[in-house]
Ligand binder design. Structure first.
Ligand code: GDP
Length: 455
């Protein structure tokens, strides 16, 4: 496919050692020739090799750079690409980009380089999405899932499903087109088994989304407890740095602060709250309301209790609230460095860890507990299998699954065969949406619009 030539600064904005200007399209090399002079006039520019030289605007030297040419189709976009490594710094890199644009390129839109890789058939849509997930990956585990997807694992699985569906479609077509052949079995056992397998596997992939989402987006965790039990101190201990303001005055952690910590590769999105308590103070009330909302939305609740004190009504209120919500809870008995007075008998609490947020005691035990309680059963068990992390893929697989269920129903009810063809096509189309063989402008805009410019 032939597109115009695009260019953008591919490195992040701001000062840095190097900034990279990327140009893609058939005018790339021509543009480079117009603005680049080699340090050694006799050197061959070649391909896939860095060339030392200068960017010039007329006679004026703009920057000292390294430039590389990548020949189509062996490049990120499958087009001729030029990358100019110039000095980092907004002014210089923008000046070079401006020159490139003046000499025949158009400023790239967000994700347009990756979109070209997709349009030119180098990667499928699921791989393009993986590129963005890698850029945004929060932990090594989430990046590793995205790398599997970039490698094409999901595409391969989808193609395997499609092969099974196409075999069945072929059979159904024969039955429909050549009634004189006298084949009356709408779905021979072998084909039916294949279809059942696709159904089961699609189902498993759909189920894996919850896990995939946790790995990709993190486990929403809320720290609750009445004022002064040590929630802020705990948050700081977890973050290894003093970010939240720790104070002796009850009820001063007013803002909802969101932070991400990494527990064995799984991101935990921690939301520190004002704690749950009834109060006349309006500012505090907002915090309290929010923390209630957060408990509702959270995957995991860390309930902090002060071990050096007996349980108070406020603690019990929090305990009840969590129980009402049926959340996964880990109970943290904080201030274990002091004399222990708390007695939890009769409250039916499990998963209790003794800690001292102030003295950093028990924090590792707590992390182990979090991991095994919320992550291990869910994520570890599925580590060898493909996991989907994208809602778009989940929705498409659900459509596939529904269509296959309709196929079975049609057959079992002895309904006309052409109904099967319709459902098979629906299943195939839904699968094609994942890889992007069937894609509307809307889907593409959505996928690539979330990218940064320059990628
Ligand atoms: P929050 O209101 O629940 O966020 O509580 P803070 O984190 O502000 O802590 C309240 C007070 O308890 C502060 O004076 C902390 O230094 C103190 N504190 C927090 N954790 C511990 C702990 O593990 N041991 C002791 N002895 N004091 C602690």
């Amino acid at each position: 496919m032939l597109f115009d030539t695009i260019a953008a600064i591919s490195t992040p904005k701001g000062e840095g050692g190097i900034a990279i200007i990327r140009i893609s399209g058939d005018k790339s090399f021509e543009i480079l020739d117009k603005i680049f002079i080699k340090k050694n006039p006799n050197a061959d520019l070649g391909f896939y090799k860095l060339n030392y030289g200068f960017i010039k605007d007329g006679e004026k030297i703009v920057d000292e750079v390294m430039a590389v040419r990548l020949k189509a189709p062996k490049s990120y976009t499958c087009e001729d690409i030029v990358e100019i490594n110039c000095h980092g710094g907004t002014l210089v890199s923008e000046k070079v980009l401006e020159l490139v644009l003046r000499n025949g390129a158009r400023h790239a839109e967000s994700g347009e380089f990756t979109k070209r890789a997709f349009m030119n058939g180098r990667i499928d849509l699921s791989q393009a999405e993986a590129v963005m997930d890698i850029i945004q990956g929060k932990t090594e585990k989430s990046v590793s899932l995205s790398l599997d997807q970039l490698r094409g694992d999901l595409r391969d699985k989808v193609n395997e499903f499609k092969k099974a569906l196409l075999d069945i479609t072929a059979h159904v077509n024969v039955v429909l087109d050549y009634p004189e052949e006298g084949i009356d079995d709408p779905l021979p056992v072998e084909l039916r088994d294949n279809l059942e397998r696709v159904y089961e596997e699609a189902n498993r992939l759909i189920d894996s989304y919850d896990t995939g989402k946790k790995i990709k987006e993190g486990i929403k965790t809320v720290i609750v407890g009445k004022p002064n039990v040590g929630k802020s101190t705990l948050l700081n201990a977890l973050l290894h740095e003093e970010r939240a303001i720790v104070t002796h005055i009850a009820g001063t952690t007013r803002d909802v602060i969101e932070e991400i910590i990494n527990i064995k590769g799984i991101p935990l999105v921690l939301v520190d709250t004002a704690g749950i308590r009834k109060t006349d103070d309006i500012v505090e009330n907002i915090g309290v309301e929010k923390s209630k909302q957060f408990i509702e939305k959270a995957d995991l609740v860390l309930l902090v209790l002060d071990a050096s004190k007996e349980l108070e009504n406020e603690d019990i209120e929090v305990i009840n609230q969590i129980k009402e919500n049926k959340k996964k809870v880990i109970v943290l008995l904080n201030k274990i460095d002091l004399n222990k007075k708390i007695n939890l008998e009769g409250y039916n609490l499990e998963n209790i860890v003794e800690i001292s947020a102030k003295d950093n005691i028990g924090i590792e035990d707590m992390q182990e507990k979090i991991y095994s309680y919320i992550v291990e059963e869910d994520v570890e068990n599925s580590s060898e299998k493909l996991i989907i992390t994208n809602i778009r893929h989940k929705t498409a697989l659900e459509k596939t699954k529904d269509a296959i269920r309709n196929v079975f129903e049609t057959i079992d009810m002895g309904l006309p065969m052409d109904l099967i063809s319709v459902d098979l096509k629906e299943a195939l189309d839904s699968l094609s949406e994942i890889t992007g063989e069937i894609s509307s402008e809307d889907i593409l805009d959505h996928v690539f619009g979330n990218f940064c410019v320059g990628k």
